[in-house]
Design a protein around this ligand. Structure first.
Ligand code: ADP
Length: 769
């Protein structure tokens, strides 16, 4: 025993001297004695701690108040203070025995006391007392340990209760033995409702699910099982951690992860969406024929799309991080783009440029734009751009410019060509005015006729080529004989051929060649070729027209011994306004549209035309191929009255309507000379009035006029009782079928295209009805 207080032996002697003597004895034996004056002192010291108390029987007897029994009675359960009582010599009196008994257990030592006996008794008592104190300490330790445990449990419970995670403990029968507050909140239950009940009864929806499997595994294998579970009834996600409880059963920590799951799902959705977008952008970027790219501010490639990689002839891997020079740009080109990147960076403005570049697809012209890629902080991070191959566009522009130039040339040429015949016409008029010599006048008239015919042809050609170009040309196709078309063409071209002293031979297959064609237009094709041969052959040349069957086709060749066509001019010879640049064209006149008409008409007939020439001075050869119809020609109607056989018909009353006064007056003069009675009107309204007044037999009605046009005037006239029998002939510059249909619909009996030839007019005038 370490505490000195608890080894002390309290000594209550009759006198202080006795007490001191006893203490001295004890001290000699190594025991600390404490002299006490009375019972009260003993009780006080005992409370502080003592190994034993030595007192006399007389002191016990003197304890009338019973302090000693009280001291012994009130001791803690583990304690029994050893009392050593010195009794008088001789037998004890019954009174003493009774008093001693009332106090409690004690060791009696008879007087006179033998010192050694007393010492050994005291020692035995103190040892006994030491054991008591040891028991006390043990009990004390145990009590403290219990308290600590309880504190621990209290703290653990507090922790479990304050946890945000749910925590439950199930016993070996899967019954809830503990449920924390978080679990109550999470699942909206009160622990009273589920404690003592089976997990599978409380949450039947977990039976047969991964939850049951995990719980059973953790319990059976005594391992920790962590898993996530979607609890269907609540549509909520939980993360669970099940592990064996120390005393059997299962602990489960439960954390709700619905929000996380939702976030994950959202992220997955966003991820899928951005992946989809990325695929989309990649598809666009890699399929566009334009180049798209991003350059770094230090002039290296960050990105290049497929089109650009292909043109560079490299892979994306090989090119990223490379400079223009490293990719193979010429130094000037690399420098230029470097400067441009710097400029875009400095100005934050896009720049455009056009540059030739030789890549895997050859030398092409590119139009490009560099734009700044601006970061969140407003600084330029990179330079992006697109580049387009504009080679074809440039070529097309050049073609357009060329066409425009040609058109300007043509207009100049046209003016020239129209003015040419006008000069002799004007001269002719002067001659008529000045000369009374009949022969001179007739020559002059013939010349004016020719020149006028020339002008009319020019204008007809122009209209034809414009119709062909606008797909407005209409063919009147029927079964015809090639020979008829050729004969008509020769008839037209012959004056020119003969004037130049050329020899013309025509050789057609002996059997009839039937074509599905417009006779007039086909004749125009051959006459154009024949007149060209006549024009472009020195006087006294030879022109040969030959036809040869070639399977289902007929090939008609017009060959001459003329000036020929240079090889470089051949490919474009059939283009509009195409003229070989040499003085002879200017000399012979022409608008450069004859061959364009030939080609257009032949193609409309389903045929082809080609040109060949050995070159300058070697003559030319044009071959027209046309499909042949394996049938007989349509019976041709009898030819009408001969065009030259104009006969003077009966005298008629004629109203001439034209807002062009000269046209009206010249027509009046001509008709008067032919013996007709003529009156004039200069617009539609006037025409109706004059017609009502003079009741003409025939009205020659101009169509385009102010106030009221010719067609409307005709309609008004037809509304009059006298107006139904009048013969109205439309006179117009428009000669297409649609124009004829319109005038017929308005009530016209005939349709003549200006300038009107006298035979046509005479024919209409003589026709009845
Ligand atoms: P034009 O004769 O009015 O100039 P064309 O279209 O008929 O227009 O002919 C175009 C050009 O083709 C002519 O200007 C001429 O240079 C050339 N050409 C046409 N036919 C012949 C030919 N038989 N021999 C030589 N050159 C020809």
């Amino acid at each position: 025993m370490s505490d000195p207080l608890e080894c002390r032996v309290l000594v209550l002697a009759p006198t202080a001297r006795d007490a001191a003597a006893t203490c001295g004895l004890l001290a000699a034996a190594g025991v600390a004695g404490v002299p006490c004056a009375d019972i009260a002192a003993v009780c006080r010291e005992a409370a502080r701690g003592a190994g034993a108390a030595v007192l006399t029987a007389e002191a016990v007897l003197a304890d009338a108040a019973g302090a000693l029994p009280a001291l012994l009675r009130d001791q803690p359960p583990w304690a029994s203070l050893p009392l050593i009582v010195l009794t008088p010599a001789g037998p004890e009196s019954p009174k003493l025995l009774h008093a001693l008994e009332a106090v409690g257990p004690m060791t009696l030592v008879k007087r006179p006391v033998q010192v050694s006996a007393l010492i050994s008794t005291v020692r035995a008592a103190v040892r006994d007392r030491e054991r008591q104190y040891a028991v006390r300490d043990l009990m004390e330790d145990r009590r403290r340990a219990d308290a600590a445990l309880r504190e621990q449990e209290r703290r653990a419970a507090a922790v479990l209760e304050s946890m945000t995670e749910g925590f439950i403990v199930l016993d070996a029968d899967w019954k809830f033995v503990y449920v924390n507050a978080a679990f109550e909140r999470m699942t909206n239950v009160r622990r009273g409702e589920i404690l003592g009940k089976s997990q599978w009864l409380v949450y039947p929806a977990t039976v047969g699910t991964p939850v049951e499997a995990a719980y059973r595994r953790a319990a059976a294998e005594r391992i920790t099982v962590e898993f996530e579970n979607h609890y269907e009834p609540w549509d909520r996600w939980f993360a669970l951690k099940a592990y064996p409880a120390p005393d059997g059963g299962l602990c489960v920590q439960i954390r709700e992860v619905s929000a996380v799951k939702q976030a994950e799902a959202a992220i997955a959705r966003v991820g899928a969406e951005s992946a989809r977008r990325k695929r989309l952008y990649e598809t666009v970027l890699s399929n566009t024929p334009d180049f798209m790219y991003v350059f770094s501010l230090d002039h290296t490639v960050l990105y290049a799309n497929d089109a650009l990689l292909t043109t560079w002839g490299v892979s994306a891997k090989a090119v990223v991080g490379k400079t223009f020079l490293e990719i193979g740009y010429e130094p000037w080109h690399a420098d230029m783009h470097g400067r441009e990147i710097d400029q875009v960076r400095a100005t934050k403005k896009p720049i455009r440029g056009e540059v030739p570049f030789t890549g895997t697809n050859g030398r092409r012209i590119y139009d490009y734009i560099f734009v700044p890629v601006v970061g969140a902080d407003g600084a330029v991070e990179a330079v992006a751009g697109t580049t387009r191959d504009v080679t074809d566009r440039k070529a097309a522009e050049e073609v357009l410019r060329d066409a425009d130039r040609k058109k300007d040339d043509f207009i100049a040429l046209l003016a020239h060509e129209l003015r040419n015949p006008l000069a002799p016409v004007r001269n002719g008029l002067q001659v008529l005015r000045l000369s009374n010599d009949r022969a001179t006048r007739e020559r002059s008239q013939a010349m004016m006729d020719r020149q006028l015919g020339h002008m009319v042809r020019l204008i007809d050609d122009l209209l034809d080529v414009s119709r062909i170009n606008r797909n407005k040309m209409e063919l009147r196709r029927e079964r015809i004989l090639l020979a008829d078309a050729v004969a008509s063409a020769v008839e037209t071209a012959r004056p020119m051929i003969e004037a130049a002293g050329h020899e013309l031979t025509v050789a057609l297959p002996p059997e009839p060649v039937v074509l599905d064609a417009d006779l007039t237009r086909l004749a125009q094709v051959f006459s154009n070729l024949l007149t060209n041969s006549a024009k472009y052959t020195e006087a006294g040349g030879t022109i040969r027209l030959a036809g040869r069957r070639d399977g289902d086709e007929i090939a008609v060749t017009v060959r001459d011994t003329g000036i020929g066509i240079p090889a470089e001019a051949l490919p474009n010879i059939f283009d509009m306004f195409s003229q070989v640049d040499r003085s002879v064209e200017r000399a012979t006149g022409g608008l450069g549209i004859g061959l364009a008409i030939v080609k257009g008409l032949v193609e409309m007939h389903g045929g082809t035309v080609t040109a060949a020439s050995g070159g300058q001075g070697q003559g030319s050869e044009f071959t027209v191929r046309l499909p042949v119809v394996p049938a007989r020609p349509d019976p041709r109607p009898d030819a009408g009255p001969g065009l030259t056989a104009a006969t003077a018909g009966p005298r008629r009353r004629i109203l001439v309507v034209d807002d062009n006064r000269d046209a009206a007056v010249s027509m009046e003069m001509m008709l008067s000379l032919l013996g007709h009675e003529v009156s004039l009107a200069h617009d539609g309204v006037e025409a109706v009035e004059r017609a009502a007044a003079v009741r003409p037999d025939v009205i020659l009605m101009d169509v385009g006029m102010p106030r009221l046009n010719g067609l409307d005037a005709t309609r008004r006239i037809r509304e009059q009782p006298w107006g139904r029998a009048v013969k109205v002939i439309a006179l117009t510059g428009w000669g297409q079928d649609a124009d004829r249909a319109r005038s017929k619909e308005a009530g016209c009996d005939g349709h003549l295209v200006k300038p009107v030839s006298l035979p046509d007019l005479q024919q209409l005038l003589t026709e009845r009805g």
